[in-house]
Design a protein around this ligand. Structure first.
Ligand code: NAD
Ligand code: DAU
Length: 352
């Protein structure tokens, strides 16, 4: 039994969905959410479950080894589901060091604390590392990433995630740590911070602002409903063998420009605008440096071994996502004031 589970990064986008799922589905588990609450962390994401008796929040920084070691010794967690990270590729291009600190050093701090606390006795204990398909680099027009695709990261973000994956495997191979890793494609859904393509576009379309498309909009991403990712994490956490890796993806590839056109048509309907009105906001801007052309996941292993399949069609999921943002104006306003304005002005300097 894995009873007392530390979830790191639980106040972020995917983490909050994972925390909600575990708190709700496993009332006999004690779920501890550890988060530094960076610009991307928001406890409002967990308002609906914050009073549940099996949930607790701890504000802490995974880059601080003393704080993390003390916490592990005091709390004696049975398992870790590690999501805390700097997660935005564009920010990694302007400040790579922050990504090394959180994604590499932070992960190693957690591995050390787990190793010290568990002292080689891993029965019923597990370190689950949540990673990304970006570690595999970029695909051409064809092909899919499998679990044996060679790592070939290009951005400082993906290099830091690749490094953290290697450390998790090294702790498994060297110290026998019970660990699993999953590498997932692009997620979408509620509570997604509006620095990422879909929520940024929703916010801009809503406010009649230009929608920035990098380069020619030809880059392809494989989009997965965030709750399907949380369900995959649940299944892998409980059923994978130690040392295994699983790829998670939606079999749902979209060119950025096609995705944004679909989003514009959904928003025209929801906002009562004329057909084609929102598309006029599309604005091509300078391409992202080192922009990976295409990501696409082969999730056969997960589907066949653990019976997981994505639950939602993209059109339905995107419409639900738009509804959530339109119904949660206060959330959107809160996260797009202050610091966000400075980030936006710096990142989209060529837009106006
Ligand atoms: P996010 O940026 O929304 O959330 C990250 C969370 O980590 C935030 O709550 C933040 O406060 C916290 N955090 C950051 N630095 C910290 C530190 N030093 N100490 C403690 N907490 C800290 O990210 P997300 O999109 O929810 O991604 C979560 C995880 O999933 C990441 O590891 C990311 O690499 C991975 N992932 C994301 C996607 C995606 O599409 N978003 C896809 C695959 C994998
Ligand atoms: O593939 C998984 C990864 O997906 C995760 O590991 C990352 O944490 C997550 O941020 C995401 O990375 P991407 O770089 O693919 O996501 P982003 O939303 O930033 O960009 C999606 C695509 O849209 C990408 O090709 C860049 C493009 N884009 C993005 C922004 C923010 C634009 O054209 N305009 C924009 O303004």
């Amino acid at each position: 039994m894995k009873n007392k589970i530390l979830i790191t990064g639980g106040a972020g986008f995917i983490g909050s969905h994972v925390v909600r799922r575990f708190v709700t589905n496993y009332p006999h588990y004690e779920i501890v959410n550890l988060d530094k609450l960076t610009y991307a962390g928001n406890l409002a994401n967990l308002k609906d479950i914050e009073d549940r008796p099996n949930y607790r929040f701890i504000k802490a920084d995974i880059t601080d080894p003393i704080e993390i070691n003390e916490l592990f010794l005091k709390e004696e967690f049975d398992a870790v589901i590690h999501l805390a990270a700097e997660s935005h590729v564009d920010r990694s291009i302007t400040d790579p060091t922050a990504f090394v600190m959180t994604n590499v050093i932070g992960t190693v701090n957690l591995l050390n604390a787990a190793k010290e606390c568990w002292k080689g006795s891993y029965a019923g204990r597990r370190f689950y590392h949540v990673s990304t398909d970006e570690v595999y680099g970029s695909l051409g027009e064809t092909g899919l990433f499998t679990e044996s695709t060679v790592y070939d990261p290009h951005s400082p973000y993906s290099a830091s995630k690749a490094s953290s994956d290697h450390f998790v495997r090294a702790y498994h191979d060297t110290y026998g740590l019970d660990s699993v890793i999953s590498n997932c494609s692009n997620n979408y859904g509620s509570h997604h911070f509006p620095e990422k393509l879909i929520p940024l576009a929703i916010n801009n379309i809503k406010n009649n602002k230009p929608v920035p498309i990098y380069g020619k909009g030809e880059n392809v991403r494989d989009w997965l409903w965030v709750e399907d990712h949380a369900r995959a994490i649940d299944v892998i956490f409980h059923q994978a063998k130690s040392g295994e890796t699983y790829n998670i993806g939606g079999h749902n590839e979209w060119k950025n420009i096609d995705l944004i056109k679909l989003l514009c048509s959904i928003m025209d309907l929801k906002l009562g605008r004329g057909s084609g009105d929102s598309e006029k906001l599309i604005t091509y801007v300078k391409d992202r440096a080192g922009h990976d052309l295409r990501y696409a996941i082969d999730s056969t292993k997960l589907q066949e071994n653990l019976n997981w399949v994505p639950s939602l069609q993209f059109e339905e999921g995107l419409a639900k996502t738009v509804d959530w943002y339109l119904e949660n104006e206060e959330w959107l306003n809160d996260v797009t004031t202050g610091q966000y304005q400075n980030y936006y002005a710096g990142q989209y300097i060529t837009l106006d």
